[in-house]
Design a binder for this molecule. Structure first.
Ligand code: SF4
Ligand code: SF4
Length: 474
C-alpha cells in the first residue's frame, strides 16, 4: 500500500515536472527570404560588391615592394598602406581601435543598425550565399518545395552544386583572410603546389569551415544569439535614432482587400496594410516588423523595399514601413544634434586629432631602454655601474648606421662594444651598454639619464629617451 502511495506521488511529481519542463534550445526553422528589389536592395548590393572587392583585392596590391596590407605577426610589424606599425606603436593601434569603436557608437546612435544591415561580414557573406542559393535552387517557393521533396537526381545535383559553390567561396575567403597575415605570394605558391602546412593550413581550414557554416547554415542565428552588438546596441538607441519602423497609425487595422476596390477601403475602416505578409517573407531574420522594434531586426531595409512595392501596386503612398524615429512616429519633432551625438562627435574628433598628431610625430627610428633586472647597480673601479639593453629600431626600408650617446650625469661614462652600429632595414638591434658614474655626482637613489640615438651623418634624425640610473641610498 505504502509502495502504491509513493508510486502515485512519484507519478504525480513526474507529471508536474513534465508540464513545467521546457527545452533551453529551440529547433531552428529554416528561413527562406524572398528576393527583393528596390533602392535599398541596390545600396546593399553595392555595399556587398565594394566590400568584397576590397577584401579580395587588397592582398594582391603592393606598395614599395611589399604587400599593401600585411599583419606580419612573426616580424611583429603591421603594414597598412604606407604606414608600418611596430609593437612600440601600440598607442596608435589603441587610438585606431577606439576610433573604430566610437565610430560604431556614433553611427548606431545616429542611424541605427547601418553596420549590421550593410557592412557586417555576416550580412555580406550571407547575401552572397543567398544569391548562390537562388541561382541554383530558384525562388523562395522553389527552394521550399525542393527541401520538402523526396531525394531525386535533380535535388541531388542542385544541392551538390550549391554546396560546392559555397565551399569555393568559403575557401577563397579563408585563403584571402590568411594572406593578410602571411605573404600572399608565399601562400599562393604553397597552396598551388599543395605544400600548405602548419598554422597556415590550420587557419585556411578553420576559416573555410567557419564561413561555410556561418553564411550557409547559421545565418540569422549568429545575429540573434552570438553577436554581442545586437544585445548592447539598444543602449545606444534613443527616440531620435533612425530606425526602420512600421507606421501603425497608418497601417492598422490591417486587412486583405481586392486591389480593384482599394479606393473604398477607408469606408471599410481598414488601414493601409493589406496584410500580404511580404515584409515577413523578405526578412532574413524571419520577424514581423509590424510587431514593433525587435532586437532581431538587422536593419537591412528589405521590408521597406517590398512594402513600397506593394503600396505602389495598390496606389497608396509609399513609406508604410520606412526609416524614421520614435519621436516622428509619436508626432514629435526629431533632433539630430543631441547631447549623446555631440559627446560622440567630440570624442571622435579628439581621437582623430590624437591619431593624426601621433602619426605626424612618428620618426623612422626608435629606441627602447631596458634595465638589467638582475642587479640594481654595482660598484666597480670606485664608480657606480648600471647595465642596460638598448633596443635600436630601424623602421626605414633601408639599412642604417646609428650613433648612441648618453648624458644626464656629470662625467657619465658610456661603455659599449661599438658606438656606431649597423641596423638592417625594418629590424630591431639589441645593444648591451653599461653606464658608469661617480657616486658624488648622482642626484640621489635614482637619477634621470638620457640616451640619444641618431642616424650617422644625419643630425636631424635622432631620438632621445629618458631612463633611470640607480645608486646607493645617500
Ligand atoms: S508588406 Fe506592407 S502591406 Fe504587406 S503586410 Fe507588410 S506592412 Fe502590410
Ligand atoms: S524587419 Fe525589415 S529591416 Fe529588420 S531584418 Fe527584417 S527585413 Fe530587415
Amino acid at each position: 500500500m505504502q509502495t502504491n502511495t509513493s508510486d502515485s506521488k512519484a507519478n504525480k511529481n513526474k507529471s508536474v515536472s513534465k508540464t513545467t519542463e521546457q527545452s533551453l534550445y529551440e529547433k531552428r526553422e529554416k528561413i527562406y527570404p524572398r528576393e527583393v528589389h528596390g533602392r535599398f536592395a541596390i545600396l546593399r548590393t553595392l555595399s556587398v560588391v565594394i566590400l568584397l572587392g576590397l577584401f579580395f583585392i587588397f592582398p594582391w596590391l603592393e606598395m614599395d615592394g611589399r604587400q599593401l596590407i600585411l599583419f606580419d605577426l612573426p616580424a611583429r610589424k603591421f603594414h597598412v598602406f604606407w604606414l608600418t606599425f611596430w609593437p612600440q606603436d601600440f598607442l596608435l593601434l589603441a587610438f585606431l581601435l577606439m576610433l573604430g569603436a566610437f565610430s560604431l557608437f556614433f553611427f548606431t546612435a545616429l542611424a541605427g543598425r547601418l553596420w549590421c544591415g550593410y557592412a557586417c561580414p555576416q550580412t555580406v557573406w550571407t547575401e552572397v550565399y543567398l544569391w548562390i542559393e537562388r541561382k541554383v535552387e530558384g525562388s523562395r517557393i522553389k527552394q521550399m518545395r525542393l527541401d520538402k521533396s523526396a531525394m531525386s537526381v535533380d535535388k541531388l545535383v542542385r544541392k551538390s552544386i550549391k554546396h560546392i559553390l559555397w565551399l569555393i567561396v568559403a575557401g577563397a575567403t579563408a585563403v584571402t583572410y590568411v594572406s593578410y597575415f602571411s605573404s600572399q605570394d608565399l601562400l599562393s605558391q604553397d597552396l598551388f603546389s599543395f605544400q600548405l602546412h602548419g598554422w597556415e593550413l590550420f587557419w585556411v581550414a578553420f576559416f573555410t569551415l567557419a564561413t561555410y557554416i556561418n553564411a550557409g547554415f547559421m545565418r540569422e542565428q549568429v545575429c540573434k544569439y552570438m553577436c554581442p552588438y545586437a544585445r548592447f546596441q539598444s543602449a545606444m538607441f534613443d527616440k531620435n535614432t533612425l530606425i526602420i519602423s512600421y507606421d501603425e497609425n497608418r497601417g492598422e487595422p490591417r486587412g486583405s482587400r481586392r486591389s480593384d476596390v482599394h479606393t473604398d477601403y477607408k469606408k471599410e475602416k481598414l488601414g493601409d496594410c493589406i496584410n500580404c505578409t511580404m515584409c515577413v517573407q523578405v526578412c532574413p531574420t524571419g520577424i514581423d516588423i509590424r510587431n514593433g522594434l525587435q532586437y532581431e531586426c538587422i536593419g537591412c531595409s528589405a521590408c521597406i523595399d517590398v512594402c513600397d512595392d506593394v503600396m505602389e501596386k495598390m496606389s497608396y503612398p509609399k513609406g508604410l514601413i520606412r526609416y524614421t524615429t520614435q519621436h516622428a512616429i509619436d508626432g514629435q519633432p526629431s533632433r539630430i544634434l543631441r547631447p549623446r551625438i555631440i559627446i560622440y562627435m567630440v570624442i571622435l574628433a579628439l581621437f582623430t586629432s590624437l591619431f593624426i598628431f601621433q602619426i605626424s610625430q612618428r620618426t623612422s627610428i626608435g629606441l627602447d631602454i631596458i634595465r638589467d633586472r638582475n642587479q640594481l647597480y654595482r660598484e666597480t673601479s670606485g664608480l657606480i655601474e648600471n647595465i642596460y639593453t638598448l633596443k635600436l629600431i630601424n623602421k626605414a626600408e633601408q639599412d642604417r648606421t646609428f650613433d648612441i650617446k648618453a648624458d644626464g650625469i656629470e662625467d657619465l661614462i658610456l661603455l659599449v662594444d661599438k658606438t656606431t652600429i649597423l641596423v638592417e632595414a625594418g629590424t630591431v638591434y639589441d645593444l648591451p651598454v653599461r653606464l658608469r658614474a661617480k657616486e658624488e655626482n648622482l642626484g640621489g637613489r635614482s637619477t634621470e639619464i638620457r640616451f640619444t640615438l641618431s642616424v650617422a651623418g644625419d643630425d636631424d634624425l635622432s631620438i632621445t629617451e629618458v631612463g633611470k640610473f640607480l645608486g646607493p641610498i645617500q
